[in-house]
Design a protein around this ligand. Structure first.
Ligand code: NAD
Length: 307
């Protein structure tokens, strides 16, 4: 079956049952496993044999060619590294092999322009499509507690929503095509800047002789309160358990924060937005990653400020 034909559940598109999942890495692996757990039949494809092996153990049907994974499905979910790969997978394979009308959901974090282009091409090919990047890391992907921010028409969102709800706890329609990516990079620019501000604040509190747990107790009840402090405190032993307590292993890597800040800086340049704090955070994360810290959790940037 190919793009000219309809899928096995073509008349029941809103109740998609058979889903092709492309990109079963750190995030996609857990997300695909949750779709299986919720009763979907998942047809998995990844270039990496180890990722496919894990998907098989999680109950996915695995394929060594992408066209086999896309054959006859009701929906396609992609979770891929970047916009270039997303564009190529959709243009070269999904539009060619997925049945006409299958709902397409890209959960990767990519630039807004590519998301809009690919969704426009999907519409030309007769596919409802949303960009639906996520907030939440590998643990949230495994635990089905992701937040999805989706961009697309009302009809595309309605078709995608039940599938997204099976992989997360919050699904929000952010607006038209590309709005999911726009919301994601704005959120993560705020997160990057607020993490740097939290880190420099704790470093200064320490130099002023404050006990850091006491300062946490005060600031978390005062006007300085923010997520980077109360949910993700960068100081080991202070606040809830976070990657700081595991020597900054796991969590959200500096490399991924830098990726999102670069996307945000490109969007700021395109739109003429004035983002001085975002720029400073991007510069600091560029330097921190270049110094060999790309694999550490992004809260580890406190090490450079605490010296
Ligand atoms: P990853 O590198 O672990 O997984 C990506 C997978 O895609 C890999 O298994 C790779 O083999 C596969 N792949 C690459 N090119 C392919 C192709 N052409 N066809 C099929 N498979 C292909 O990355 P990840 O951490 O899972 O992140 C995926 C996306 O999610 C990224 O866009 C990232 O920015 C975003 N994201 C990640 C996190 C996180 O904490 N890891 C959090 C939020 C968002």
């Amino acid at each position: 079956m190919n793009a000219g034909q309809t899928g096995t559940h073509g008349k029941d598109r809103l109740m998609a049952k058979r889903i092709a999942f492309i990109g079963l890495g750190n995030m996609g692996g857990g997300m695909a496993a949750n779709l299986v757990a919720k009763g979907y039949k998942v047809e998995a494809f990844d270039l990496d044999a180890a990722a496919l092996g894990r998907a098989k153990l999680a109950g996915c049907a695995t394929h060594t060619s992408i066209n086999a994974a896309l054959d006859g499905v009701d929906a396609v979910v992609t979770m891929l590294p970047d916009g270039k790969i997303v564009r190529s997978v959709y243009q070269n394979d999904v539009f060619k092999w997925a049945p006409r009308g299958a709902v397409l959901i890209d959960c990767s974090t990519i630039d807004v322009a590519t998301a809009r282009d690919v969704i426009a091409l999907a519409a030309e090919k007769g596919h409802p499509m949303v960009d639906a990047p996520v907030s939440g890391g590998i643990a949230a992907a495994k635990g089905a507690t992701l937040t999805f921010m989706a961009g697309g028409t009302d009809a595309a969102y309605a078709a995608a929503q039940p599938i997204l709800a099976a992989m997360g706890t919050s699904v929000i329609h952010a607006g038209a095509a590309g709005a999911g990516q726009a919301a994601k990079i704005c959120n993560n620019m705020l997160l990057g800047a607020s993490m740097v501000a939290t880190c420099e604040t704790f470093a200064m509190a320490e130099k002023l002789g404050l006990d850091l747990q006491t300062f946490y107790d005060i600031a978390s009840k005062a006007s300085g309160q923010c997520w980077s402090m109360t949910s993700y405190c960068p100081v080991p032993g202070v606040g809830p358990k976070t990657p700081a307590d595991a020597d900054y292993q796991g969590g959200f890597t500096t490399a991924l924060m830098l990726k999102d800040l670069r996307l945000a800086m490109a969007a700021a340049a395109e739109t003429g937005a004035d983002v001085p704090m975002g720029h400073r955070a991007a510069d600091l994360y560029e330097a921190f990653a270049a110094a060999g810290n790309a694999g550490l959790d992004f809260s580890a940037i406190i090490k450079t400020l605490r010296k």
